[in-house]
Design a protein around this ligand. Structure first.
Ligand SMILES: O[C@H]1[C@H](O)[C@@H](O)[C@H](O)[C@@H](O)[C@H]1O
Length: 633
């Protein structure tokens, strides 16, 4: 493939249009003429200049309407925790039903992301986004009108089906429609909308938590608004030009390209997409199911490993347990009021959103590779800090000093625990205590009220609204003076995860596959993301029970360290390259991908965008500058 691209370049440079670029002599650019190594850089850099001149507002409108899919992703996964607080009381939900209602959406998303690949290939990106927003709208209506838990479950599964399709289609659609110099930023906006959706969901949860009756209907049903908006918007937005060319709809593709590139000349881009598609199809061997062709064609196989690996490590770095656990972490730090904890969880979601914005700003400045590496290092270190905070609070855990017995349940295991740490790791028990200044007194481990974890089944802490002054009930956490370390760890975690590990797996996946493999590649990697999402969130409490909280967070930091090695060895830099050029980054052995990063530091200075061949002879070369040619196809 790279040979073919090299040949194409050579051919055009023999008879095509040429531009002159002046580069500082200390840059590692070959000054002797159009060598294959230097022309790639120069070409990219010069293209950047042309493209930067004019980016029509239409591309931004297109990205924002698409990213509503990301908003729904964030909203629907985020809103359920607040809705569940009300639902479990109103519908009398058992722990199993609560778990089923939460994870059914993520499970359905995994299945539909995996099948969304073929839908994308057959019907195109636009139809898939229309379908996803339609499914979201239906799901929202079913949820808000649900008369019982069975219908609720149906609604949650419907929403999950929409989520899976949207999560794999939207990044691809944005990437295929964006100019290369903005692609990273525009695709990252989708993750910004995911975290924005999570934040808005937590605000809506807070606002409707006061509405004890039917508040959940509003929480779950409000997602219909962005879903309908997206559906209406997509009735007017165009199909991805790359998909159209692949399908042979060339006239339509040219029209769309002109529309999204404004007044720029689209011939070069059109020809390059078209010839890449032809070459790719030859290279990949033609027949058989796409996934098989990907697995047997080394560059596509390597891209698949990188894409799925990134998504796996994103989830294994524990983002969703940290988000899910944030309310408890905040309670550990002394926030005892449930309502306040809900609002503070909104602050956590906002922090995630805010730092994703930093990612949008950084992605085209520092590049995907450096951003992801920096982010996972910070993530690993802050997980270690979180774990240390939990370790210190476990080591200084308050002992159980009172052992009251309930004649109705004399054999409760809770009564046997000797410390708060042991007590809180058992999901059936909670810690009831008095606080005197900073010291804990009169403490006991009691069974939790199965209908509401906010109080004990019996005894001093069994009536949450009438507990004696100075008496507290801690479920899932222990009072500790080391909570500030945990809180600091939480903030640092979000500040490091959100700019890189949050958005980059989605952004990188939208660009690393050749066109013929793009939908399938994204379907697989999004499926991996959802599968690990459900795995990590379902196993978290069990892992914490076996390894304790600090053990669980040390484990996540170990997984982040493995993730760093993977990214360091395997993730190439894709910044500024045209989608059609990216395949060549995966031509060498998998773990040498990072080597291409060394190209990054080069500085290129332009003196003029175009120059006729003859003019070159009249130029005087200054001693400290070199001249290089680049060619355009
Ligand atoms: O990229 C997103 C984002 O980081 C979200 O905050 C998280 O909940 C998702 O699981 C993840 O895929």
């Amino acid at each position: 493939m790279s040979n073919l691209m090299g040949e194409r370049r050579k051919k055009v440079s023999d008879d095509g249009e040429r531009s002159l670029i002046k580069a500082p002599s200390n840059a590692s650019i070959n000054s002797q003429g159009p060598s294959a190594a230097s022309t790639g850089d120069l070409e990219r850099a010069a293209r950047k200049q042309f493209q930067q001149e004019d980016t029509p507002a239409f591309v931004y409108v297109l990205a924002i309407f698409s990213a509503l899919g990301g908003f729904l992703f964030g909203y629907d996964t985020g809103v359920v925790s607040g809705a569940m607080l009300l639902l479990k009381k109103e519908m009398n939900l058992s722990a199993l039903w609560q778990e089923v209602l939460v994870s059914s959406t993520v499970g359905a998303a995994a299945v539909s992301a995996l099948t969304g690949g073929s839908l994308n290939g057959i019907f195109g990106r636009r139809v898939c986004i229309l379908l996803a927003s339609f499914i979201f709208s239906v799901g929202g209506v079913v949820l808000s009108a649900a008369p019982n838990k069975e219908v609720l479950l149906v609604g949650r599964v419907i929403v999950g089906l929409g989520l899976g399709i949207a999560s794999m289609t939207v990044p691809v659609y944005i990437a295929e429609s964006s100019p290369p110099h903005l692609r990273g930023q525009l695709v990252t906006i989708n993750t910004l909308f995911i975290t924005g959706g999570q934040f808005i969901a937590s605000v809506i949860d807070g606002a409707f938590s006061y509405m004890r009756h039917d508040g959940w209907r509003y929480m779950l049903g409000l997602s219909v608004v962005p879903a309908v908006l997206q559906f209406l918007g997509f009735l007017f937005l165009p199909e991805s030009p790359r998909w159209l060319i692949q399908r042979g709809l060339t006239q339509k593709a040219r029209r769309v390209l002109s529309q999204i590139r404004g007044n720029q000349n689209i011939d070069e881009e059109y020809d390059s997409i078209k010839s890449s598609i032809e070459e790719e199809e030859k290279d990949s061997g033609g027949g058989g199911p796409v996934i098989w062709r990907m697995l047997t064609y080394p560059p596509a196989r390597r891209a698949l490993v990188v894409g799925c690996g990134l998504q796996m490590f994103q989830q294994l770095s524990g983002i969703n347990t940290v988000m899910y656990y944030s309310a408890t972490i905040l309670q550990m730090s002394g926030v005892r009021d449930d309502k306040l904890a809900i609002w503070l969880a909104a602050v956590t979601a906002f922090t995630n959103f805010l730092f994703t914005l930093v990612g949008v700003w950084l992605v085209e400045r520092v590049g995907r590779r450096r951003l992801t590496m920096g982010s996972i290092i910070g993530t690993g270190l802050s997980l270690t800090l979180l774990a240390t905070g939990f370790l210190l609070s476990a080591q200084h855990t308050p002992p159980v000093t009172l052992h009251p017995t309930d004649p109705a349940a004399p054999n409760s295991t809770c009564l046997a625990y000797g410390s708060c740490e042991q007590c809180m790791l058992d999901p059936d028990c909670g810690f009831c205590y008095r606080e005197n200044g900073t010291s804990v007194t009169a403490s006991s481990c009691l069974p939790v009220n199965l209908a509401s974890t906010g109080e004990a089944a019996w005894g001093r802490c069994s009536n949450s609204s009438h507990m004696a002054e100075g008496t507290f009930w801690a479920y899932n956490y222990c009072p500790t003076s080391y909570s500030w370390i945990v809180l600091l760890g939480l903030i640092l975690y979000l500040a490091s995860f959100a700019p890189g590990m949050g958005p980059m797996p989605w952004t990188v996946n939208s660009e690393i596959y050749p066109l013929w493999a793009r939908s399938t590649g994204n379907a697989c990697s999004a499926g991996v993301n959802w599968i690990f999402n459900v795995l990590v969130s379902l196993t978290f409490l069990h892992v914490a029970q076996y390894l304790t909280y600090y053990g669980a967070f040390f484990m996540y930091s170990g997984l982040a360290a493995l993730g760093f090695l993977f990214i360091y060895g395997c993730l190439p830099e894709t910044k500024g390259r045209r989608l059609e050029e990216i395949e060549s980054l995966f031509e060498s052995r998998l773990c040498t991908c990072g080597a291409s990063d060394s190209d990054e530091g080069r500085q290129i200075e332009y003196i003029r965008p175009r120059i006729e061949l003859g003019q070159l002879h009249n130029r005087v070369l200054e001693p400290d500058h070199s001249i290089a040619y680049i060619s355009f196809q």
